[in-house]
Design a protein around this ligand. Sequence first.
Ligand SMILES: [Zn+2]
Length: 441
Amino acid sequence: MDLTLLAPRAVTPDGIAAVTVGVRSGRIAAIEPIDADLPAERSIRLGDDEVLLPGLVDTHVHVNDPGRAEWEGFDTATRAAAAGGVTTIVDMPLNSLPPTVDADALQVKRKAADGRVHVDVGFWGGAVPGNLGELPRLHAGGVFGFKCFLLDSGVPEFPPLTHFELADALRVLRDVDALMIVHAEDAEVIEAAPPSCGRRYRDFLASRPRRAENEAIKAVITLARRTGARVHILHLSSADALPLIADAKAEGLRITAETCPHYLTFHAEAIPDGATQYKCCPPIREDANRDALWQGLADGVIDIVVSDHSPCTPDLKRLDTGDFGHAWGGVASLQLGLPAVWTEARRRGHDLARVVDWMATKPASLAGFARKGRIAVGMDADLSVFAPDEPFTVDVHKLAHRNPVTPYHGRDLHGIVRTTLLRGREVSGAPFGQLLSRGDA
Ligand SMILES: [Zn+2]
């Protein structure tokens, strides 16, 4: 072996066990009992307070590079990922310029990322009005699926699909067995709601009612049924939609759903007025809604937890005026997903194996990464050494993402990532992450 990791506790597909993990040529080549004699050039022995985890797979990250790299960028985003135990990210097709809506734009994106990434990176394509003919080309180019909006995305170069256009896109994707991931809020419901303006969080929340999500999700389910395509609901916030998703799954439709660490951590009643670092769409809702989302996770109705890391510059967050109507919507959290979810999960009686399932194993299988998300022979040796009981207070200035804004600043969490390995090598110094394409990952 090139390397062995001796772990008194490791999260494996068979549960938490004491094992020696052998790494050869970047892959996991052996998993033996911890006292096995496995010769290796180098060995790492984990402490009794540490757990070996598979690297997390975060399928919802806005890197915004090229074009809006002052908001984030491949170097800073992937440093933050590695520091948070995330070894694979999939970059969203919008907020970069150009958006990833045709094969040329995918090449521009790959060029911007090449040689600059500290973890492995894949890309989503975008489905927008008029690019139906590009979808098979993007698919052949290696994107992991396609994102669309059902209402204004916040940037003019990535317009939403009508329900008719979504149906057409789903038929194209069904024929190549590609996944459609949907920002599911209904434009008409939002338009009919009172507009968001001013510093009061209550008013912002009222401008993005649960019904907007519920109605959009109903429409997506109807079209999944009609077309037979695979669909995924992004960043579920409205717990009212859980029965809809549960019924659609029970019916045999190919539908999955995600929620995000911020919906599982924060609740509306505790968000101060003017605190626009909490603004995201759909919004963080009431405490009882948060409890219901946790129940949805426990029940398996929600499949995965991924960050929706969507940062911007401090001026665009309007932290000076605290006006929710004008602030950019997006929460920066890529480095904090694991401790945030773990802190709340342990309080609610879930173990680390469950957290790994939500944040590594299932996101890998959703996106189609055959060698990611599990500690098992044949997998890439993407690993982290995690100290689950160590407390810390989030200091935004110590985080690796570009702009020092996050609602987690000052939050007390548990769980420190001490080391991250990508294909058997510690992530530090020069970047050696790879750009991944569907089919070869
Ligand atoms: Zn997003």
